[in-house]
Design a protein around this ligand. Structure first.
Ligand SMILES: [Zn+2]
Ligand SMILES: [Zn+2]
Length: 661
């Protein structure tokens, strides 16, 4: 009897056996997605192979219900890669495969074409500088070799990394090789996709969460068949099923969006390197502020370092001024007098300003004057943010919204104090200060639609607006020659977050947002308002000195034993009952401790501690942190399934998480 070996996307790491459909050759079923009965459900699963077994063993087996795909979607590489992911990110083969070949993709007869892009974007040909040319030559040389190698391009903001990427893609294309181009957030970077479509038109496919399941299927097939040669997308595009891969480019490689938080919690950079090795392709990571991990890799010569330390056309890096908020006289104003003066000077020169504040809403917290209690989200352990238009309270974590109560829910007091400014307040203040300036605010509240993002982009480009206020979504990718001043309202927001990466993130954010200015003919200026003017993250961002920052920060990581000097796993315990979560996390802690002792694993088990947001949408969450070598952590993780938590509690593990909060 012939049976099919089917991998199901559930957290059980074994294959299941099914009988083929009657009259259909098993050979024609394998390597395709199939529908199978599983318990009381019908699931989309992966038919991997078939085998002959004694018919007496097949009595209890069920038939598959349907073959979904006409073409073989499951390549050898996909199977090998799913094994790698399953082992290294602690998940089942089925869960890994569902990342590589989404179960949601649906076959369709429609043919999807790229929208017609106006040709004018492409004609902008740059004269490349020597550093760019050297970088391109080095990459092309390696493309000729047809063996795996990897590069880190550390290029200051506006150093012309994109031109280097495009030249490498062109060269790969000449060799008939395919490229995967990854950017941190594709839904918000239409302009980049447009440039690529204009250059490479029919060869380009855009892969992101916004496209339909039919379109995804179409793209997937085109990539497998080699009908397109370039896929641009966010994280999950790293799985694009090209068979003749030449290049994988990860732009802004330091961005946390490259780490998937849900299961399988893979790191896109590691997947790229794995695929590069499998297909003898080149992997390029690029950033103005490389992650400490990647830069250390370059220092250790595991990755080739390419430095672009000059801006294109020899433009100067902006001058950064750090102003202390400590001796602020008017505590209610978001701006220091010097900042206001700088803004008015730039407005008088008819140039543009970007005002950056990584906090949306009006005031970050509301406190009752009588009893000092903070207005908290009823579902989460965090204060609600006051928003204007309409006046309301919003939880930025679960989305809960309610009207501002007329009196304090605890003491019925009528007076409250507002603390902390958000982008709405900054907008209000600027409108009062500069009555004739045209101001646009771009943050999570206004940019929910792509249209608003494009309005901001086009409005600044066409000089319709004088001032753009925004959260971190304006910190990257924006390239406007008329912006000659960037103001960072509060550089300390990310510094306060209790996480081992918060200093690194602060340095990255200030550097990236500073890079939005000085791209035209005049040198740009940046003003950074902070309570910690002498913090090294701020001092080195001011000096555009990544290397000195790296030296200090990497020493800290070494001293405190954090990645890249060890491996980390974050085990989370979640549940609706606070007491159960407490009990389970204590039990789990000792369960892990016992295993460490029993198998003599050199691992540190820390915790359990409450998550940064201890209660989120009624769910309580605690963490246990495991530190040590990769092998030991993965070995310990194998036993996690044996732990018996209480009903209603859930245990999860994330290997090398992007934060520990
Ligand atoms: Zn009160
Ligand atoms: Zn909430």
């Amino acid at each position: 009897m012939i049976v099919l070996e089917v991998v199901v996307p559930i957290p059980i790491n074994k294959a299941f056996y099914y009988l083929p459909l009657n009259n259909i050759n098993s050979e024609d079923i394998i390597r395709k997605r199939v529908k199978v009965p599983f318990g009381k459900k019908i699931l989309t699963a992966y038919a991997i192979s078939y085998r002959n077994i004694k018919s007496s063993n097949t009595l209890k087996l069920k038939h598959i219900i349907e073959i979904i795909d006409k073409n073989n979607l499951i390549t050898d590489e996909a199977i090998e890669l799913s094994k790698y992911i399953s082992k290294n990110y602690v998940c089942s083969l089925g869960e890994a495969l569902s990342s590589i070949i989404p179960t949601s993709m649906k076959p369709s007869k429609r043919i999807f074409k790229n929208k017609n892009i106006e040709k004018k974007v492409e004609d902008k040909k740059y004269t490349l500088n020597k550093q760019q040319n050297d970088a391109i030559n080095l990459i092309n040389e390696n493309l000729n070799k047809n063996v795996y190698s990897s590069f880190l391009i550390h290029g200051v903001t506006a150093s012309g990394k994109t031109e280097v990427y495009i030249n490498a893609i062109e060269y790969a294309l000449k060799q008939n090789k395919s490229t995967i181009m990854l950017i941190p957030d594709i839904s918000l970077t239409t302009q980049f996709s447009n440039v690529m479509i204009a250059r490479f038109n029919e060869n380009v496919g855009i892969w992101h969460s916004g496209i339909s399941n039919n379109e995804k299927y179409g793209l997937f097939l085109k990539a497998i068949n080699g009908d397109i040669k370039i896929i641009i997308g966010a994280r999950s595009a790293v799985f694009a099923p090209f068979k003749n891969l030449g290049l994988i480019i990860i732009d802004e490689e330091h961005e946390h969006t490259y780490k998937q938080e849900q299961k399988p919690s893979y790191d896109t950079r590691e997947i790229a390197k794995w695929r590069g090795k499998y297909q003898n392709a080149i992997v390029i990571l690029g950033s103005a502020t490389p992650s400490l991990e990647s830069y250390k890799d370059a220092m250790d010569k595991n990755v080739n370092l390419i430095e672009l330390n000059k801006r294109i056309d020899n433009k100067e890096l902006p001058e950064v001024k750090v102003l202390t908020l400590k001796n602020r006289i008017f505590k209610t104003s978001s701006f220091l007098p010097e900042t206001i003066k700088a803004i008015s000077t730039v407005l008088a020169r008819k140039e543009q300003i970007i005002v950056f504040l990584n906090r949306r809403g009006y005031s970050t917290s509301i406190v009752c004057k009588k009893c000092n209690s903070v207005y908290q989200c009823p579902r989460c352990s965090i204060s609600m943010v006051f928003h204007r238009n309409p006046d309301s309270l919003k939880c930025h974590y679960c989305g809960k919204m309610k009207y501002l109560p007329v009196s304090c829910p605890l003491c019925k007091g009528k007076n409250v104090t507002f603390f902390g400014s958000g982008t709405q307040k900054v907008e209000d203040e600027l409108k009062k200060l500069f009555k004739y300036a045209k101001i646009f605010r771009l943050d999570g509240d206004t940019a929910s639609s792509k249209k608003n993002y494009e309005r901001a982009y086009n409005g600044i480009k066409s000089e319709e607006y004088d001032i753009l206020i925004g959260t971190q979504m304006i910190a990257k990718g924006f390239d406007f020659p008329k912006v000659s001043l960037v103001c960072v309202i509060d550089a300390d927001i990310s510094l306060y977050i209790p996480d081992f990466k918060s200093i690194e993130k602060t340095f990255q954010l200030i550097t990236q947002v500073s890079g939005r200015t000085g791209r035209g003919n005049t040198r740009g200026n940046v003003i950074v308002q902070t309570n910690h003017p002498h913090h090294y993250a701020i001092e080195y961002a001011k000096k555009h000195d990544f290397k000195s920052f790296y030296k200090i920060e990497i020493e800290q990581r070494k001293r405190l034993s954090y990645p890249p000097f060890c491996y980390i796993a974050k085990v989370s315990i979640r549940g609706k009952k606070c007491r159960k979560v407490d009990e389970d996390s204590e039990k789990l802690f000792f369960f892990l401790k016992d295993l460490v002792a029993k198998y003599k694993l050199e691992l540190e088990i820390l915790g359990p501690v409450s998550a940064y947001i201890a209660k989120l949408n009624y769910i309580y969450k605690k963490h246990i942190i495991i530190k040590g070598s990769k092998n030991n952590i993965l070995k310990l993780a194998e036993f996690l399934g044996n732990f018996k938590q209480s009903v209603g509690s859930f245990i999860g593990i994330e290997v090398m998480p992007s934060d520990l909060i």
